[in-house]
Design a protein. Sequence first.
Length: 535
Amino acid sequence: MDQNKVDMDDLGKLLVEFSVVQQLIDTYFILVLNLAQDVDFSMGEGFERQRAEAAALINALDRKKAARTMAVPTDDKQVKARLREMGEPAILFGEGPGDRRDRLKYVLQQIQIARAGSMEVDEEDTDEEDEDDEEKEEEFYTPGSDDLLKARRKIAEFSLARARRRISRQREEASVPLSRIVEVRKQVYGQLKGFTQLGSQIGDERPISQVRYSPNSKLLLTGSWTGNARLWDMPDCSLRSTMRGHADRVGGVAWHPQATLSQSEESVNFATGAADGLVKIWSLASEKSLATFEGHEGRVCRIAFHPSGNYIGSASYDGTWRLWDVEKKKQLLLQEGHSKEVFALAFQEDGALVASGGFDAIGRVWDVRTGRTAMVLDGHIREILSLDFAPNGYQVAAGSGDDSIRIWDLRALKVAHSIPAHKSSVSDVRWFRSQEDMQFTNAPINTDKKEDVDMNGDQEDKPKITSISKSGLYLASSGFDHTVKIWSADDWQLINSLKTDEGKVMSVDIASDGKYIASGSYSRSFHLFANENAL
């Protein structure tokens, strides 16, 4: 063993000395050739040829020197991955890890040479390309209907008043003593740490695609691949009614913002979207749909009500998301912007923004009032499967097939945090929204009064705050690794990990009273979680 150690040390010294000698030789050749270039040769074409050969030799030595100093991965797996990215074979016959690294250096060197050569173009060609780029980057507009213009104006008035109310509340909460805020957070997180599975219920004959609690937490709406939507009384999990209206898999379900709170059972209470390309609206009083929206050319994946309750957004495999007028039962907007299927959709609490994400791994935040893109959610390396805006109005969470959750800050226009959430795809993310805050937020807004659209927050008829808001303190996520996880929104740390069965968890939602969490599974069942000591 000692002899082998000595031999290895000698070998290392020899390699170092060889590297030093090689650099000295290269330096010597460069000096000699530079000197040769400086000599004024005037003895015929032979010397001109020698000068050209000398210049080529100098360039070759420079490239070799750059190749030796080029940074490449030392891990053989990463080297193979880089080669694949550049379209090169990952392994050649008889090639070892060292040879592979040298080949990667050579390929990178050739790419640099090609890039340098491509930059040597005529100025006229460059000007023409610049003009073409400007034409490509030029924005284009599609004509909108008068109904869309009126809807945008209504949404602007609605969102400004809601934003004023939200900011006013945030200012008041900023004056609350820190000790009181810490006390509330400790109480909430302490209860969440005690959550366990209470039980499960077979929800349908095929996988449960999505689950959503009603605003008052007394009902659970489930969508299934059978094409049915079912209502369950909570928390006893007894079946209340089954809505049969779709011919293919139900992908998304959504409650009206005022459903079961202020509206009658004959009003629009919830909506469903399915793989038959249809979006349907329903009431609690009938098992037949009130209306059907047609237009999508592909599977409808997710749907969401606008906070005003007057509009529905739907995301589809046809590469678009659409906005529908609930009252007029017609399409208002067909929005393109994704290169692949659009899977996820969510509205901001104020109603000014909507986020869409899909299989192109890109999310976009749109300003519903103008139709412009407010922010691009670029960072995930696989498809975006779920989106949800935080109640604070300026954060949006995205769950992806790359097993992570990213939290974007709309104020800074960047990722605020990245959570390595699950061992497999993140199928759903949901922020907690308390029932008290929902009633405060959804209280009637008189947009005719000047105070209601003023941003100074000193209007006389605003609802009074009676407690510290608990909305947005945490979020829940579901994954294909058979788990539901709860995350703190303070430091993005894991609060609790809840096991289900052996099926992929397709969806998750939090009751507005904070007592229960429900999840839907690929195993055709939905699960209920709670802290038994707090019930």
